[in-house]
Each structure stands twice: as structure tokens, then as C-alpha cells.
Design a protein around this ligand. Structure first.
Ligand code: 6PG
Length: 261
């Protein structure tokens, strides 16, 4: 039974060699703060070590609070000029569209920190998905390459969908999930909302130095239990098993409810 608050807990009943580490926080605001704190620590460590931090941001609504906190509470604690911002996925809409993951991060994080120009590597949601995926893969060539020949991000932030999707890797989208050509970036297909998507592949996600998941709310309790205790294409998030170290999960008590036992 985990101790609530900012406590570290290993979920030992996952099926991978590297069980994910789960931080169970009392409320969403604490999840936001802990993720912002962890982002800042990882960013400054990478900047100190190699002068640059390459991060792929998550979309959806959960990360909004963490991004706003980074811009507000960590403004002076990170050398933001050394960070390059990418995206883990994008909806195929114009950059100004309210549905755009780029627009959300720009509003909550980049604009408040006056970050732009060559530090920002947005996916092109306005273009045809296939050509946009190819072009984004080309942009990732500036990143280091893993032994399995995928680009290595220092950090990839991910959310968890009610159906167990993550990034834009959705249940049933077998081309994206199986990725037979070992592509770095793929067109994805969502069953609802903005259907056409762009997404990093599992190969790229699992090559990252660090992966952080965020999940809050009772509606994520079932997919969270499935993601942490299984390993199946039906729950794409369960297939995020980073090669370098366990994924880090930051969740609130409501999302953890089915695992609290
Ligand atoms: C997206 C995200 C997606 C998101 C989950 C959770 O484009 O929608 O990348 O993977 O993280 O759907 O979304 P919420 O945070 O809104 O619950």
C-alpha cells in the first residue's frame, strides 16, 4: 500500500524487466508541481553535462498545469535558452487551432518564457500526415542515435488516454502500433476527436533517456492499472518500456484507485 504524498513506489507486478516507478500524489496540483520539478532537474543536468536538453512535450489537458508551473515557478531555475522543444504527437490541425498540442504548449510554456525560433520544433499538423511524418523524422536526425537506431530524446513527456493510448498510439491502429518499417515518426489514427494524428513511434519513445507519464482523475484509474500491470497492444501505454530506465509515472490518488488495493 503506497504512502500518499510525494512518495516513491515501485510497481513490482508489471511484466517488464524494468518495472515503472510510480509517484502517487494527493491531488493534481501536486502532480503538476512534481513533474515540473523533475523536468527542471533533468533539464539542468543535461544542460550542465552537454549544453542542451531535447524534450518531447505531451499534449492533451493533463500537462497544462505542469507547463504553467514551469513557466511561473521555474523561470529562474533553468537555462531555458539551452532547451529544444519537440512534440510526442500532434493533432492534424492548423497550429492556431485550439485542438493543437503545439498551441497549448505555446500558450502555457513557450510564450510566457519568450521561447521561439530554432528552439521550437513543431510537428506540421496542417500538412498531409504522411509527408509531415517524413519531414519530422528528418528534423530528428540532429538528435543522438540509440544502438537500435532511433533518435534519443533526453526526456519524453506522455499522457494516458481513457482507452490506454499514449502520444497518438491508439488501440487498433496496427500500422502505428506495429511499425514494421521501424519509423521514428508515424501518422496515427484516433477513434474520436481529431482523427488524423502524428506520433512518435514506440521505438523512439523507448529510446529516450527518460520518460515521464502524467495521469490524473478517476477516469484514468482503469487504463493506469492496465498500463502498469499488463503489456498488450490493447493498452498502448503498457508497451512504453524505456530501454534505459523505468518510465516514471506521476499520478494522483484518484487515478491510482484501482491499484491502491
Ligand atoms: C493528445 C495527447 C494524448 C493525451 C491523452 C490524455 O494529443 O491528446 O498526446 O496522448 O496525452 O489523450 O489526454 P488528457 O491529458 O487530456 O486526459
Amino acid at each position: 500500500m503506497p504512502t500518499y504524498g510525494c512518495k516513491y513506489r515501485r510497481t513490482m507486478n508489471s511484466t517488464s524487466a524494468l518495472p515503472p516507478s510510480v509517484h502517487v500524489l494527493d491531488a493534481p496540483a501536486q502532480v503538476e508541481h512534481e513533474v515540473a520539478q523533475r523536468f527542471a532537474v533533468l533539464a539542468q543536468a543535461a544542460i550542465n553535462a552537454k549544453g542542451r536538453f531535447n524534450v518531447a512535450l505531451a499534449g492533451g489537458s493533463t500537462p497544462k498545469g505542469a507547463y504553467a508551473r514551469l513557466a511561473r515557478e521555474f523561470r529562474d531555475r533553468v537555462d531555458w535558452s539551452r532547451i529544444h522543444f519537440y512534440w510526442g504527437d500532434e493533432r492534424c490541425v492548423a497550429a492556431e487551432d485550439p485542438q493543437s498540442n503545439f498551441a497549448m504548449a505555446k500558450r502555457e510554456l513557450l510564450d510566457p518564457l519568450a521561447i521561439g525560433g530554432e528552439q521550437v520544433h513543431a510537428m506540421d499538423g496542417a500538412a498531409a500526415p504522411e509527408s509531415a511524418a517524413v519531414r519530422y523524422s528528418e528534423q530528428l536526425r540532429e538528435l543522438p542515435l540509440s544502438a537500435s537506431e532511433y533518435p534519443v530524446f533526453d526526456l519524453i513527456l506522455l499522457g494516458l488516454g481513457k482507452d490506454g493510448h499514449t502520444a497518438s498510439l491508439f488501440p487498433g491502429d496496427m500500422n502505428a502500433l506495429e511499425n514494421p518499417e521501424r519509423r521514428w515518426v508515424l501518422p496515427g489514427l484516433s477513434p474520436e476527436g481529431t482523427r488524423e494524428r502524428l506520433t512518435l513511434s514506440f521505438g523512439t519513445i523507448n529510446a529516450a533517456s527518460h520518460v515521464i507519464f502524467m495521469a490524473v482523475g478517476a477516469e484514468k484509474a482503469s487504463p493506469l492499472r492496465s498500463a502498469l500491470t499488463g503489456k498488450t497492444l490493447d493498452i498502448p501505454a503498457s508497451l512504453v518500456r524505456p530501454n534505459n530506465r523505468p518510465a516514471e509515472w506521476y499520478v494522483d490518488r484518484a487515478a491510482y484507485a484501482e491499484l491502491a488495493g
